[in-house]
Design a protein around this ligand. Sequence first.
Ligand SMILES: Nc1ncnc2c1ncn2[C@@H]1O[C@H](COP(=O)(O)OP(=O)(O)OP(=O)(O)O)[C@@H](O)[C@H]1O
Ligand SMILES: [Mg+2]
Length: 360
Amino acid sequence: MHLSRLKLRDFRNYVRLDAEFGPGCHVLLGNNAQGKTNILEAIYLLATLRSFRGCGGAQMIRQGAKGYFVGGSVEGQGVSEIKAYWSPKERKLSLNERPIRKLADYFGVLRAVVFCSEDLALVKGPAQGRRRFLDLLLAQTIPGYLPLLMRYAEALRSRNALLKQPVVDLVELDGFTQELVLAGESLITARQDFVPALAPRVQSAFRRIAVESDELALHYQPSVTGDFAVALSQSRARERALKTTVVGPHRDDLTLLVNDRAAAPYTSEGQKRTLAIALKLAQAEHLAAVYGTPPLLLIDDVMGELDTRRRSAFLPLLQQSFRAGGQVFMTCTEENWPRQLSCELLRWKVDKGHLAQWSE
Ligand SMILES: Nc1ncnc2c1ncn2[C@@H]1O[C@H](COP(=O)(O)OP(=O)(O)OP(=O)(O)O)[C@@H](O)[C@H]1O
Ligand SMILES: [Mg+2]
């Protein structure tokens, strides 16, 4: 699978960009603030309809413009044309000229894994980031997971809106509770089954890149351990007081332990970074294993931050990607990727919102 064409209009600092890419390793070179990360952001947006910077649509519209357009052609088994337009007033998403109404029908056209500085929040930040990481990978690999997640989110929204009313209609609350329990129990089961399968991949990646021989453990930490319906009824007083649903999969976490201690408060910055990269390497390796072809790898400036050992941890993944005809986009301010990278690098110059093939 590879992205053969990318078209941007009024996206970030790009007025217009039309680029064609083959498979292989594309290196986007340029000074700071020229638009390197913006290109990765646009590609990731085509894959997940989200920014990896955690910002909303409005921030991605070029200053002074009304809306942004991001389009792309994905070549895998056949060619898929994706078009996404976003403005505060209008959102359009189409696949092969057909409007997409259900997100689940779209998801998976382009599979991508991003390595970026925001990944550190997976270790340092709140549970939400780790839940998103889990949900994305589950949605990328298990058909039916995304619709389930959306069903749960919808029931949760309605239930929370009701809990905010001055007088709560108990019959209505019961209806939303039933829907929440149905979707929620399936989410819990899917996560429970998946984390033990993912853990060895993360541990193996961590072992390859960690400097010390630290032991990593990864556990699913559900908000509800027994019966979800019972837990909800037991939390009635608290949810009435707080006017929101206080238990359920929307409060789940993924516990990260290094040498049996919680990772966030006890590890160094370097260990945190190693752990964050291990999670992402595991995501990429899992996708490659499930689909038999590697996902697109979007590597944002990560090479510059890493020592030689951790840089070389990327090599097997990159090499596997080349062998399988995959595609990698790497951004750098200077040529600082591993020397052992034996493949042909396709160099691009990014300068003030313009992308051009590199010429010496
Ligand atoms: N909505 C927007 N409209 C116009 N310009 C924007 C918008 N959002 C960001 N920019 C501009 O895009 C540029 C940053 O682009 P980007 O983050 O891709 O830089 P970069 O090349 O990755 O730099 P670095 O090497 O520092 O990471 C900045 O000049 C910023 O002002
Ligand atoms: Mg950048």
